[in-house]
Ligand binder design. Structure first.
Ligand SMILES: [Zn+2]
Length: 381
């Protein structure tokens, strides 16, 4: 067994206790008071495990949770500069813990936000602590803590970009996918298609009405037909609404659309389609709003290089580390769009992001904390 594993095996119970206490701080993306409290808890936790950072910034926002940047200085002559991204918000509303407390059965720990991504932060912290204890050179680490990732990182995006720009490599401790790290992520667009028709009495005046529901249905067909799974493009109108009563020709209808793409060319194709939507009946009108929330994160050479390092280090720890390309986006997409090498999915081993059966492997926490330690050491120069 490697030294890292020995150190972290002894710390197993403490890591579990850290994660449990962290999950017990509920941090839903839309509850500012809880986010502020959770953020303070995280800072205290970081200080207790890593000591005071060399520099710590706290960016307050009126709506979204505080965004923190903690800089931990290089040690023992290291020159590397690594950005680490961790969000502390979860999709789970306040009160979820009362009917879903943290429980551990065998190797499985479950609780709201454990997999996405509270275990990831705990693993990173223990990884950095272990790297320090090795006495070897450890790079400068700028840790971003944001509380708005689950709603698209509106407040934290510029801060994430600024920190990433100053780094040589970006490590994202979002959860793994079937234990694989993520070297590519799709870009995500979120759009709303609104249709205005003309209301009329559906029985007395059918020829006067222009049905917005008829129009939005045709839009749904053309958008779904534009999906190209071979090219990596999915299109889902996941929500439609409209009309007022069955005997009234619908004057308004709308659809909400989620688009995922693997290439910029596909994003451009979907943009053109959305811009070119024409009503079937010229008396109706179509209005599209929304945007590409996160750009495509392609499997760049830089990402592949970080993966190779991680795989070598995993091999030294006695396990094989796979890589995967996924449809979900993260803050890693923002860093990637700036041209930086990004390795994502370094966090929890487990399953069930955003789902009630979310769980993490405790063995996985120990293993991935050891991997985090080794990755940081590899990036020292
Ligand atoms: Zn996440």
């Amino acid at each position: 067994m490697s030294d890292e594993n020995v150190t972290l095996e002894t710390a197993r119970e403490t890591m579990v206790a850290d994660l449990t206490a962290y999950i017990e701080q509920e941090t839903p993306s839309d509850d500012l008071e809880l986010l502020r409290r959770g953020f303070d808890w995280v800072q205290d936790f970081l200080e207790s495990r890593l000591g005071a950072p060399e520099m710590s910034e706290r960016h307050e926002d009126d709506v979204h949770g505080p965004v923190g940047v903690n800089v931990y200085g290089a040690r023992n002559g290291a020159t590397g500069n690594v950005a680490v991204l961790c969000h502390y918000d979860t999709v789970w509303p306040a009160g979820t813990l009362s009917n879903w407390p943290v429980t551990i059965e065998g190797d499985r720990l479950t609780g709201p936000g454990c997999f996405d991504m509270k275990a990831g932060l705990v693993q990173f912290v223990w990884g950095l602590k272990t790297a320090y204890e090795s006495g070897l050179p450890v790079p400068r680490v700028s840790l971003v803590l944001n509380g708005d990732e689950e709603i698209g990182s509106p407040a934290s995006r510029p801060i994430i970009e600024q920190v990433a720009r100053e780094a040589d490599a970006v490590l994202v401790f979002e959860a793994s996918a079937d234990a694989a790290v993520k070297t590519a992520r799709k870009g995500v667009g979120m759009f709303r298609v609104e249709v205005a028709g003309v209301e009329s009495h559906a029985g007395l005046d059918p020829e006067r009405g222009v049905s917005a529901i008829d129009e939005v249905s045709r839009v749904v067909r053309s958008l779904h037909d534009a999906a190209d799974l071979n090219a990596g493009t999915s299109v889902n109108v996941g929500l439609i609404s409209g009309g007022s009563r069955s005997n009234v020709t619908a004057g308004h209808a709308e659809g909400q659309v989620d688009v995922r793409v693997s290439t910029q060319a596909e994003a451009d194709r979907i943009d053109a389609l959305l811009e070119g939507l024409e009503p079937h009946n010229p008396a109706a009108s179509i209005h599209v709003t929304g945007e590409w929330n996160r750009p495509v994160m392609p499997r760049t050479e830089g990402n592949a290089r970080l993966y190779t390092l991680a795989r070598e280090e995993a091999g030294a720890l006695g396990f094989d580390l796979a890589e995967i390309s996924v449809g979900g986006a993260s803050d890693g997409n923002f860093a990637s769009a700036l041209g930086l090498p990004v390795l994502d999915g370094l966090g929890a081993v487990g399953e069930g992001a955003h789902a009630r059966h979310e769980w993490v492997s405790v063995d996985g926490m120990v293993q991935r904390a050891a991997l985090a330690a080794r990755m940081l050491l590899r990036l020292a120069q």
